[in-house]
Design a protein around this ligand. Structure first.
Ligand code: Z5A
Length: 209
């Protein structure tokens, strides 16, 4: 029987998280999982308001420290009102970004020390960590080209390529340190091949084969 699990999707700009989230959800549901889909920043009313500040504030400068703490404030709400209750009810939680994004964006991207992020992570999350993370990886230029087709860029999307190179490097370094949890998906491939990679990881996670 499918197990209750906490699964997160991560990746840089244009890596195809949103596109593949739908595929992942449908695959899990077909396998009999009771799936709760959510996202960060967001997932609660307060979290969505924090998201709006973080993505769409143009005039005001937000320090990296405040940006990181706002991510965790939204996360505290999210964990306690959505994620933990769903897991306790035996559901599978599928979350579009989680704390790996904080290490990648606020750590790698903005330059905050990882040990400072880890201290807040421990305080906010206790022992909660994702069971499985799909990291959609694509070279920065290719990803930005894909994402460039979209409308008005948000506060992160306005950053330069070096910012996104640091984010990618941080994600890949984390995957190298935690290979059992973080599975790197080559997102530069055609969609069908990306989906094949996803299925082989999910088969193992959900059915142990
Ligand atoms: N953030 C943070 O800083 N710290 C944190 O702790 C957290 C988040 C949790 C919001 O994230 C921002 O919050 C994010 C990091 C920050 N900022 N940025 N940038 P988000 O996840 O909501 O937003 P996003 O990064 O823009 O992701 P997205 O909407 O999920 O989109 P995407 O990954 O870029 O992919 P997509 O929209 O699915 O695909 C892009 C295009 O490529 C689209 O036209 C697809 O049709 C196409 N595509 C996708 N896959 C393929 C393949 N395989 N072949 C060809 N074309 C493809």
């Amino acid at each position: 029987m499918p197990r209750r699990l906490f699964i997160t999707l991560e990746g840089g700009e244009g890596a195809g998280k949103s596109t593949n989230l739908i595929f992942v959800r449908q695959w899990l549901q077909r396998e009999g999982c009771d799936v709760v889909v959510t996202r960060e920043p967001g997932g609660t009313e307060i979290g969505e308001r924090v998201r709006d500040i973080l993505l769409h504030t143009k005039q005001l400068h937000i320090t990296p420290e405040s940006e990181m703490l706002l991510m965790f404030a939204a996360r505290f709400e999210h964990i306690n009102k959505v994620i933990r209750p769903a897991l306790a009810a035996g559901k599978l939680v599928l979350c579009d970004r989680f704390t790996d994004a904080t290490y990648a964006y606020q750590g790698g991207g903005r330059g905050l020390p990882a040990d400072r992020i880890a201290a807040v992570e421990d305080w906010v999350q206790g022992d909660l960590r994702p069971d499985l993370t799909l990291l959609f990886d694509i070279p920065v230029e290719a990803g930005r080209e894909r994402a460039g087709q979209r409308s008005e860029p948000d506060r992160f999307e306005r950053e330069n390529n070096e910012f996104f190179q640091r984010i990618r490097a941080t994600y890949l370094a984390r995957a190298a340190r935690e290979p059992k949890r973080i599975h790197v998906i080559d997102a530069s491939r055609p969609l069908e091949q990306v989906e094949q990679q996803i299925v082989s990881v999910l088969q193992e996670a959900v059915h142990g084969r």
